[in-house]
Write a protein that binds this ligand. Sequence first.
Ligand SMILES: Cc1cc2nc3c(=O)[nH]c(=O)nc-3n(C[C@H](O)[C@H](O)[C@H](O)COP(=O)(O)O)c2cc1C
Length: 175
Amino acid sequence: MEFEKLIAERRSVRAYKNEPVAHELLVKILKEAQAAPSWKNLQASRCYVVEGEKLEEFRALSLPSFNQNSSRGAALIVTTFVRDIVAFTNGTADTELGNKWGAYDLGLHDAYLVLAAKNAGLDTLIMGIRNPEAIREALEIPENEDIMSVIAVGYRDQEPGMRPRKELGEVVRFF
Ligand SMILES: Cc1cc2nc3c(=O)[nH]c(=O)nc-3n(C[C@H](O)[C@H](O)[C@H](O)COP(=O)(O)O)c2cc1C
C-alpha cells in the first residue's frame, strides 16, 4: 500500500470479525517489524503471540473487560523489552533516561508492526491497560523483561473515523 494511504488509513480498531489471522501473516508482519531501528541494533524488543484456541482464555486473564470486548476476534501480541540492555554498558545506564530507551525502541518496533499489519490488510489496537502479572505467569515471560503493550491484530468490523490531531504549531517549534 502507498505509504501516505497506509498512515492515513491506520486506526485503532475496537471491533473485529470472528476471523482468525493466518499464522503466516502474523509471521510476515513480525518480520517486517524487525526492520525497525534500535539502539546499537541491540533488538531488545520481544513479542509473545497468542493465537488460535488459547486466545479466549488468555484474553480473559490478560485484559480488563473493555479491552477484552474491543479485541474480541483478534489475535494478541504481547510486546516486551529486555531491561538494562538498551543504552546500558556493564550494567550502568549510558544516559539519564535509563530503561526508557528500551521502551523507545519497543515503541518504534510496535509502530512498524501496526503499519505492517495495516499493509497486510489487518487492523490493530495497542492496549496499555492490561494485567502484567497474569500475562507474565501465563506466557512465562522472564523477570528481566518489562511488559509494555498487548496488541490486537485482526480483521476490522467497524470503520472508525480519524481521531483529531493537535495543530502542528502546538507540538512542533521550528528554529
Ligand atoms: C501506548 C498506547 C496505549 C494504548 N492503550 C489503549 C488501551 O488500553 N485501550 C484502548 O482502547 N486504546 C488504547 N490505545 C489507543 C489510543 O487510544 C489511540 O491510539 C488514540 O486514541 C489515537 O487513535 P488512533 O490510533 O485511531 O489514531 C493506546 C495507544 C497507545 C499508543
